[in-house]
Design a protein around this ligand. Structure first.
Ligand code: FE
Length: 253
């Protein structure tokens, strides 16, 4: 009896923004990423944990500062928000710029929109678990932000058309009825590992000729962003996650 990867797909997760702040680095030291592994550990005291990939800027900022904030994404959270925090790197891109930001009592920034709740955590233990660091900490602040459904990891994949691994060629594009979650890895939604490309100038929309019959677009298989155009230029880069043209699939709109 070995390890059947399909078993992992039956695990349930939410989707969270983990944010932190250190002093002195770029973007005022603010970093953040998307994670699906935030969880409560005990209730007396209130302790939580989250596993962050070591390659993420956010993980090192949490390690240095000893604090992080977690917002529980609402089911209505946009791909723009998830794309900004999940597929860009905090060292080169101000993930917070386009969103409403608030700070907790310790000065840690968090995105105060598209979220149903937030937590402020003081880290008490860091456990090296190989590719990731497992952070365990005490909850210092907790607040309900909205009376909405939280986003689940399954909803993100199946309904929002969220990130699908490139090798999942069976992914059927515009038809999201089939779970696209081919390789559920514990940990984050590929935060920071994405390309470091700059955002391209403008979107490629407006090129459609006056033929109203069929409309086509291209969907980014990394972050789910859809651009409405017939052909993508060879040097096109996703404005959300920076992926190149080869990561786009053609879809009918
Ligand atoms: Fe993208």
């Amino acid at each position: 009896m070995g390890v059947d990867k399909k078993a992992f797909r039956s695990l349930s997760y939410g989707l969270y923004l983990i944010t932190a702040k250190s002093d002195g680095s770029a973007n005022d030291g603010a970093a953040g990423c998307v994670a699906n592994t935030f969880a409560q550990v005990t209730s007396s005291p209130f302790q939580v944990s989250v596993a962050l990939n070591k390659e993420n800027v956010t993980a090192s900022v949490v390690q240095e500062s000893g604090r992080f904030a977690c917002t529980v994404l609402a089911q209505s959270a946009t791909m723009e928000l998830i794309g900004a925090f999940g597929f860009r790197t905090s060292s080169e891109f101000d993930k917070f710029a386009d969103f409403q930001v608030a700070h907790d009592a310790a000065g840690v920034p968090y995105v105060a929109e598209q979220a149903v709740a937030r937590f402020s955590v003081r880290v008490t233990k860091c456990v090296d678990v190989g590719t990731h660091v497992l952070f365990i900490g005490e909850v210092e602040e907790a607040e309900k932000l909205a009376d909405e459904e939280p986003m689940t990891y399954a909803y993100y994949h199946q309904v929002k058309g969220g990130k699908t691994p490139p090798k999942a060629s069976s992914y059927t594009g515009a038809d999201d009825s089939e779970p696209a979650n081919k390789s559920t890895k514990g940990g984050e939604s590929t935060d920071e590992s994405a390309s470091d490309a700059d955002a391209p100038a403008g979107e490629t929309e407006g090129q459609d000729s006056a033929a109203p019959a069929k409309r086509y677009g291209w969907r980014c298989m990394v972050c789910g962003y859809v651009v409405e155009t017939d052909e993508l230029p060879d040097d096109y880069e996703c404005p959300i996650c920076g992926a190149g043209k080869d990561m786009f699939e053609r879809i009918k709109l």
